[in-house]
Design a protein around this ligand. Structure first.
Ligand code: PLP
Length: 385
């Protein structure tokens, strides 16, 4: 018997629930990765990704691997030993980006902010100006904290000092509108399992011509798999074999991108913002407080503080076992202090907010805390009306 997974509502930091169309696409029969019927699907995916990133970059493609593979590809191509790299670090994924750049030999300057707070622009600007900088990097939507970073001033500071600007948009892609060419983003990587609502396993990446030129002028080539020249061979007009494209994953991302296009990115961003607002409205009657205030918060992921005395493991076990809902725990310095609720892509809809609030209220009650569940549901519905 094949494994039949239990029904679990995925409201954590990813993976998010997939739509029926994405699931059906993924189970379609395989084609060869150079088959004339498959190549237009691939071309369509690349073109849709350009639209979503807000770029015309020729090198825009879904690399095989999860978001971290995209991060590795980026640093492997753009960081050479000794290069000065300025990285905003205000969460676990900023730390990961910094560590990846260090492992590529970069001389990494971390501009830190406390988890749950935004990066200080002046501190970023000072660090960028303090020496000849090859690369500036930030995480757009910090999934470990729920902070959304304003990219525009950091992009401008990087450009003013001749540095490349790189963005981790694993969680923001397809949840908020991206306009990377207009902002001056040189390189970015994302993932499929967040607001795109496709399974994990691909990392959409994009490199500007400026970034590509730097990558291809390296003294030493990057790892074979991540070599932009070889990738361009398959993902460019030649369609020359580099590695066997993960066909079923490409079907899945194609279906997910079609759904984004049918909805329209502006409407999709509004949907994410409306359900996040409904969730927030329902938290107060439960005695729950978001970690990050609205102007700085990510609309697709809300981090919520535990009231004193609520045990993280017991709370999340109640959600999973009694309500069949997954949410995320805190990461790094926030472990045990917060839980993280993702309303992403196909999961970002009001019924899921109401189910989540009902489960939170019930879990709090079971753990001995008073929570006004009726008021929470009414507040969420009123916010979304
Ligand atoms: C902002 C951010 N960057 C990078 C990653 C790493 O992606 P993956 O786990 O798909 O390798 C994640 C995953 O949650 C993330 O949220």
């Amino acid at each position: 018997m094949p494994f039949v997974p239990p029904e679990v509502l995925l409201l954590g930091p990813g993976p998010s629930p997939t739509s029926p169309a994405v699931r059906m696409a993924q189970s379609a029969p395989l084609l060869g990765h150079l088959d004339p019927a498959f190549l237009p699907v691939l071309e369509g995916v690349q073109q849709s990704l350009r639209t979503l990133f807000g770029t015309q970059n020729a090198l825009t493609l879904p690399i095989a691997g999860t978001g971290t593979a995209g991060m590795e590809l980026l640093v492997a191509n753009l960081v050479e030993p000794g290069d000065r790299v300025v990285l905003g670090v205000h969460g676990v994924f900023g730390q990961r980006f910094a560590e990846a750049a260090r492992r590529a030999g970069g001389d990494v300057v971390e501009v830190r902010a406390e988890f749950g707070h935004s990066l200080a622009l002046e501190a970023m600007e000072r660090a960028i100006a303090a020496g000849p900088t090859r690369l500036v990097g930030v995480v757009h939507a910090e999934t470990s904290t729920g902070v959304l970073t304003d990219l525009k001033p950091i992009a401008a500071a990087a450009r003013a000092h001749g540095a490349l600007f790189a963005v981790d948009c694993v969680t923001s892609l397809a949840g908020v509108g991206l306009h990377f060419d207009a902002l001056g983003v040189d390189a970015a990587f994302s993932g499929t399992q967040k607001c795109l609502s496709a399974p994990p396993g691909l990392s959409p990446i994009t490199f500007s011509p400026r970034a590509l030129a730097k990558a291809q002028a390296r003294r030493n080539p990057p790892p074979f798999y991540f070599d932009t020249r070889l990738l361009t061979g398959y993902f460019g007009p030649d369609r020359a074999y580099h590695y066997t494209a993960p066909i079923s994953m490409i079907y899945a991302i194609a279906a997910a991108l079609d759904e984004v296009a049918a909805e329209g990115m502006a409407a999709r961003e509004t949907r994410h913002r409306r359900v996040a607002a409904a969730l927030r409205a329902g938290l107060e009657p439960l005695g729950l407080v978001p970690l990050v205030p609205v102007p700085e918060a990510t609309p697709m992921l809300t981090t919520i503080r535990y009231p004193d005395g609520v045990d993280d493991k017991a709370f999340r076990a109640h959600l999973r076992q009694v309500h069949e809902i997954e949410v995320g725990g805190g990461l790094g310095s926030l472990a045990g202090k917060v839980f993280r609720v993702g309303l992403m892509g196909h999961g970002a809809r009001l019924p899921n907010v109401l189910r989540a609030l009902a489960a939170f209220g019930d879990a709090l009650g079971a753990l001995g805390h008073r929570a006004d569940l009726g008021a929470a549901l009414a507040a969420a519905r009123a916010s979304h009306a």
